[in-house]
Design a protein around this ligand. Structure first.
Ligand code: PLP
Length: 375
């Protein structure tokens, strides 16, 4: 059996190496490393793929969040409602800009912000809601849009983990995640569903004024070189990463299919195990399985048992943001957001990537089952 990896970038690259090398060589031949045709091509390709009006590539997903928040022109002290069960970037960027993250507990089924709990957290300082579509599946964007509309709040979607998934609205229409709120942010960190060969990110929006503001912020606050209208940042997608992403974007749908096939194998194999809750999406919504995250009893023992059998697994995330030292000044206590806290104690993500074969999936599933049957 092939070595089991949490993410198998080596196996994935083997299938497309020639195409990638040839695209990278074009960049080397031109030595046009900043901006350049690959970057504008990727911006168009991604906008087409997501069916969104504007796509502004940037340096990484964390920058994408920071720039999105800068583009909303908020004031220090303004509050943004978000989930505590996410990667730190989501709230870190708020803090850097003097904005106040207000954490609302999660829905235990999807691990995404529990939209029914948002209204209670809205104050006169609330300016935006920042949902994260965690692990590959959507937050309830229909209900979230209604709340945002009722209270005139902006929506920024952190879509670092669910590129390629859509939200299916009750009227039968469907919109790519990231393209629903005022702004959506994406990460192409190598292990993400569409991964570059280093850091990369993008910001998407349907609004042309915001798009102009965002691209100005990315370029040191300038529209015309050396004329700076506002204080911005330097955040660019470099041409080599764009060349890689242009090739990999053409494979994204097949990568998603491979992830779904692996997920459906796990689901069938683990369905009968009482101690396990399998991942699931909201009614009528899809899942692109950035992670395959179980909720289990005796999580740390299971993790150690898998490790003994050379099966990696990961805890995403061991500490919810409201209990992180970096956010201690916000004054949250243990017990404030019980669903997030119990998720942090119970989740375990199994290996999930595009290269898992049946032998590996069988071995992983059987080992998980054996742990619960033998003890
Ligand atoms: C990966 C990730 C980010 C940050 O992306 P980088 O490209 O690593 O900066 C932000 N939010 C979430 C939810 C992520 O998973």
């Amino acid at each position: 059996m092939k070595e089991i990896r949490m993410v198998d970038l080596i196996g994935q690259l083997a299938h497309i190496r020639e195409d990638i090398v040839s695209e990278i060589n074009k960049v080397l031949d031109s030595c046009w490393f900043i901006h350049g045709p690959q970057v504008s091509q990727f911006s168009e390709n991604l906008a087409d793929y997501l069916n969104v009006a504007h796509c502004i590539p940037c340096a990484n997903g964390t920058d994408a969040l920071q720039i999105a928040l800068m583009a909303l022109e908020l004031k220090p002290g303004d509050e943004i409602i978000t989930t505590p069960f996410t990667f730190v970037s989501t709230a870190e960027t708020m803090q850097l800009l003097g904005l106040v993250p207000v954490f609302v507990d999660i829905d235990p089924i999807t691990f995404n912000i529990d939209v029914t709990k948002i209204e209670k957290a809205i104050t006169s300082k609330t300016k935006a809601i920042l949902p994260v579509h965690l692990f590959g599946t959507a937050t309830d964007m229909g209900a979230l849009q209604e709340i945002a509309k009722k209270h005139t709040l902006k929506i920024v979607e952190d879509n670092a983990q669910s590129i390629g998934a859509s939200f299916n609205f009750t009227d039968g229409t469907s919109t790519s995640l990231g393209a629903i709120g005022e702004i959506g942010t994406i990460s192409f960190f190598p292990s993400k569903n569409l991964g570059a060969f280093g850091d990369a990110g993008a910001i998407v929006t349907q609004n042309s004024d915001l798009a102009e503001q965002i691209s100005m912020i990315c370029k040191h606050g300038s529209k015309k070189k050396y004329y700076h209208e506002i204080v911005g940042v330097n955040s660019r997608l470099d041409a080599i990463q764009a060349a890689v992403l242009n090739v990999k974007l053409t494979h994204l749908d097949s990568y998603i299919t491979a992830r779904r096939n692996a997920a459906s194998f796990y689901k069938h194999a683990l369905d009968e195990v009482e101690e396990i809750t399998l991942p699931s999406a909201l009614h009528n919504q899809d899942h692109v399985y950035h992670q395959f995250t179980l909720r289990v009893s005796r999580r740390d023992e299971l993790k150690a048992y898998l490790k003994e059998h050379n099966i990696p697994s990961m805890i995403y995330y061991p500490v919810p943001l409201h209990l992180q030292k970096a956010f201690a000044h916000l004054g949250y206590r243990i017990g404030d957001l019980p669903e997030s806290e119990s998720a942090a104690n119970q989740v375990l993500s199994l290996p999930m990537h595009t290269e898992l074969d049946t032998e590996q999936l069988e071995f992983i599933s059987n080992t998980v089952k054996k742990f619960y049957l033998n003890s």
